[in-house]
Ligand binder design. Structure first.
Ligand SMILES: *Cc1c(COP(=O)(O)O)cnc(C)c1O
Length: 295
């Protein structure tokens, strides 16, 4: 129903470092799915939208920060598929490019105090409990329908990879990837790059969504200070990669994933002859919140 024909090729990139170490790097271009309904946010919304449609809901309600890729994706997807949308935005009333784009797509924005924001169900009920048309979607689109949608990343692959690298916030995308690799009995080594600082519960969160056990690794050393934090070497890498491949990564998620891959290649953690796949989870507009760092 809400499936539209998506374009997400596996594209090889060539860099001297890769050649030196005799490894090949491919990028699963989920950033090309749609300019606004981008990357894993489409994967995570798809089955939520189907559910809302089946239940005859007309209004989608979700939650996010002031630069949330999920909120932007929801605003555009709502417009595309005929739902009205409300975004609860964490913190004081602000105005930025991302939120303005959400409003252009017709989303209604409500800013909420950080304390009140924490209890999303309560917040939803307060505004929408009596509204039968409304449908709750958790922050970032997290949950089982989202995990199922992310399995399709692996279902689409045309090639076998020795390694897959993917960024994780909640770990929902990671769980979908791992579940599908396991379903297909693949031996791919999975490296999940945590973008949060010292969030040791990430693997527990992922495991909760797994249907069978699977050996995977969480890399905790590529957060660059924590969520939405960055360092000059990360900014330099994003610029280098963009200017040598034409592929933009963002400082919050995919830039950190890319850094992890090249670092693991450099340190010899990846054997010569390996094929590596990076999942480009989209969200390139995340860069808008940090443009001053690139000047
Ligand atoms: C939201 C987001 C993620 C994190 O996905 P989870 O399923 O929460 O782990 C990764 N990359 C990008 C670009 C995102 O926008």
């Amino acid at each position: 129903m809400f499936d539209f024909k998506i374009h997400s090729p596996e594209e090889e990139v060539k860099l001297p470092l890769l050649k030196e170490h005799d490894v090949r790097l491919f990028i699963k271009r989920d950033d090309l799915i749609h300019p606004f309904i981008s990357g894993n946010k489409w994967r995570k919304l798809k089955y939520n939208l189907e559910e809302a449609y089946k239940l005859n809901k007309k209004h989608l309600v979700s939650f996010g920060g002031a630069y949330s890729n999920h909120i932007l994706a929801l605003a555009c997807a709502g417009a595309k598929f005929g739902f009205s949308t409300t975004g609860f935005i964490r913190g004081d009333h602000v105005s930025n490019e991302m939120l303005t784009m959400c409003e252009i797509f017709g989303m209604h924005l409500t800013f909420v105090d950080r304390e009140i924001y924490k209890d999303k169900i309560k917040l939803y009920n307060q505004f929408f409990q009596l509204n039968n048309d409304s449908y709750f979607i958790d922050e970032g689109g997290a949950g089982k329908p989202a995990e199922i949608g992310c399995r399709e990343i692996i279902k689409e692959l045309n090639k076998y990879y020795n390694y897959i690298f993917c960024a994780a916030g909640t770990g929902t995308t990671a769980a979908g990837i791992i579940n599908e690799l396991s379903n297909q009995n693949l031996q791919t080594k999975v490296n999940i790059v945590s973008v949060l600082k010292g969030y040791n519960l990430l693997s527990a969160d992922i495991n909760q969504l797994l249907e069978t056990s699977y050996n995977y690794t969480v890399l905790h050393d590529y957060h660059f200070g924590g969520y939405a934090k960055t360092k000059p070497e990360l900014i330099e890498l994003i610029k280098y990669f963009a200017s040598h491949t034409g592929i933009l990564t963002d400082p919050v998620y995919t830039g950190k994933t890319l850094f992890a891959i090249l670092d693991q290649v450099k340190t010899g953690a990846i054997e010569a002859g390996s094929n590596i796949l990076m999942i480009h989870t989209g969200g390139v507009f995340g860069i808008l919140g940090m443009l001053d760092k690139f000047k």
